[in-house]
Design a protein around this ligand. Structure first.
Ligand code: NAG
Ligand code: NAG
Ligand code: NAG
Ligand code: NAG
Ligand code: NAG
Ligand code: NAG
Ligand code: NAG
Ligand code: NAG
Ligand code: NAG
Length: 439
């Protein structure tokens, strides 16, 4: 009891010194409690804090930030597009099981969705701010996985914390995407969104408005083919794809390491930060080099940071416009030097080694097809441009993908060992072999 009182005092002192005049009382609200004005919730271990904040003073938001970092680094905002103007606001848990922000006149500013029938709340329902930064509403207050009626981790703002998911839950119809703030003092949805697009092979895309500016490379069952396998002792990364959900997530091996992954709206990129020496330092970011620019070399072109110019046509292809290509505008891409015959043994394949796979959201994935069968299927279909292995079902050497669309956004050495077999006229394959070309 005394220890608890002491740690509470400590937490109060800690919070007080940084966020004066915030007063942290507890990590939980239930049907009989609420937070208003400068009151906050503090997670049990003192890692995260939840409360109202006003970046410029005029508009107020409910958010979550690190309790121990001097300047509020906001990692989640409830009402990003609906600021509270008639302060003070109050965050309540209503008897129908929703978390609601009311303004001074009791108008609803924001609300979590009403719980589904399986998660009707009981009188013990409670929403707890956890040390991982998740604000979790539990229908019976137990916090057990079955009792989760709503959680902030399912509604990311611009930041992915360790343990959060970026992707899609097809069963619960959740879209875990992250969208930049409009500006450093305006949390409303900005123009950059990083999100998963499902399809033949799933892939993460960074959008600037409607336009894609960066893509992670398709997920081939093992990794994202455009992201080098960053081996860091501090992080564990994973991509999971099942019938119900597909997502990217990461964990930190040392729980005291503060790290976040966010869409940086000012720089127009996705960025990982770690807190070191009293500062957020950038661990990496994408796009980070010209070859990361989406489809920078156009259809059937590929990008190589070690080459001049950066763009080349795939073997067996030539620039659509040599003139524009010479002016370093490769966006028009490449066309075949020799037409496909689309007959019998008239066509063959040329392997491209260690490639960031061409965009495959519109390609066709065959979960249980062996690679040599995939080759036959490709040859038998005149609109097939390429095929590659993809172990989506987790099977041994099972599964492949076929592109019946233009090949876009290939590069760099990706690091991921992956061959793409490009369909060419057999005469073209013979000529390349004779020339001893090897990619
Ligand atoms: C919010 O909750 C508090 C405490 O349960 C209660 O006193 C208050 O009336 C509630 N506000 C609204 C608008 O329901
Ligand atoms: C919150 O703190 C500010 C600054 O001290 C103070 O002006 C304001 O009255 C406080 N609001 C509430 C609701 O306590
Ligand atoms: C807001 O709602 C609470 C609870 O229903 C009530 O006590 C309070 O008088 C209301 N305030 C206003 C300004 O309507
Ligand atoms: C991001 O996800 C939210 C649901 O959480 C959805 O409403 C929104 O449309 C998504 N944004 C984009 C750009 O897909
Ligand atoms: C934090 O980073 C900024 C910008 O990179 C730099 O100017 C500042 O000196 C750093 N502060 C500390 C304490 O390292
Ligand atoms: C905190 O905010 C102050 C004032 O805006 C700024 O000078 C300082 O660099 C910030 N510190 C960090 C670590 O961002
Ligand atoms: C993929 O298909 C969708 C829907 O047909 C289309 O809008 C999109 O432009 C296609 N993407 C590419 C890269 O072909
Ligand atoms: C697929 O699995 C086979 C056998 O386990 C392996 O040799 C191959 O490298 C894998 N391919 C990919 C793209 O992961
Ligand atoms: C040939 O490939 C295209 C593109 O992948 C596909 O739409 C079409 O159904 C295929 N045709 C046959 C006969 O399999």
């Amino acid at each position: 009891m005394r220890t608890r009182a002491l740690s509470l005092l400590l937490a109060l002192a800690l919070a007080g010194s940084f966020f004066s005049p915030s007063v942290a009382i507890t990590d939980t609200i239930d049907l009989t409690t609420s937070i208003t004005g400068n009151q906050t919730l503090l997670s049990a271990g003192g890692v995260f804090q939840l409360g109202f904040f006003s970046p410029t003073g005029a508009r107020t938001y409910l958010g979550i930030w690190y309790a121990s970092i001097p300047n509020k680094t906001i990692v989640w905002v409830a009402n990003r597009n609906n600021p509270l103007v008639r302060t003070p606001g109050v965050l309540n848990l209503t008897s129908d099981g929703r978390l609601v922000i009311f303004d001074r006149r009791n108008s609803t500013v924001w609300s979590s969705p009403a719980p589904t029938t399986e998660n009707q709340i009981t009188t013990r329902a409670a929403a707890q701010l956890r040390d991982n930064g998740n604000f979790l509403l539990s229908s019976d207050g137990s916090g057990s996985p079955e009792s989760v009626a709503w959680q902030s981790f399912d509604y990311p703002t611009d930041t992915l914390l360790p343990g959060m998911k970026l992707g899609m839950d097809l069963k619960k119809r959740l879209n875990w995407n992250i969208t930049s703030w409009s500006s450093a003092t305006d949390p409303s949805s900005g123009i950059y969104t990083f999100k998963l697009i499902m399809g033949g092979l799933p892939e993460f895309f960074l959008f600037r408005g409607p336009e894609v500016i960066y893509a992670s490379g398709p997920f081939n069952g093992a990794g994202l083919t455009g992201v080098p396998n960053l081996r860091s002792p501090s992080f564990v990364f994973k991509v999971v794809s099942t019938r119900d959900e597909t997502y990217y997530s990461y964990a930190v091996t040392d729980p005291s390491l503060l790290s976040r992954f966010a869409v940086n709206g000012e720089a127009g990129r996705v960025q990982r930060y770690v807190w070191t020496n009293g500062n957020w330092s950038s661990f990496w970011y994408y796009p980070s080099d010209p070859c990361d620019s989406y489809a920078m070399c156009g259809p059937f072109g590929y990008c190589d940071m070690t080459a001049t110019p950066l763009c080349s046509c795939l073997p067996g292809f030539r620039p659509l416009s040599q003139q524009r290509w010479d002016l370093r505008d490769a966006t028009g891409g490449c066309v075949r030097s020799t037409k496909l015959t689309c007959a019998g043994a008239g066509d063959g394949f040329w392997p491209m080694d260690r490639m960031k796979l061409p965009q495959a959201t519109n390609a066709t994935m065959y979960a249980d097809m062996a690679l040599d069968r995939c080759r036959q299927v490709c040859l038998a279909n005149c609109s097939c441009r390429a095929y590659s292995a993809a172990n989506m079902s987790g099977g041994v050497s099972r599964g492949c993908v076929i592109w019946g669309i233009d090949l876009l956004d290939m590069r760099q050495y990706s690091g991921v060992v992956q061959d793409v077999y490009i369909r060419l006229a057999q005469s073209e394959v013979d000529a390349l072999s004779a020339a001893g070309l090897y990619f």
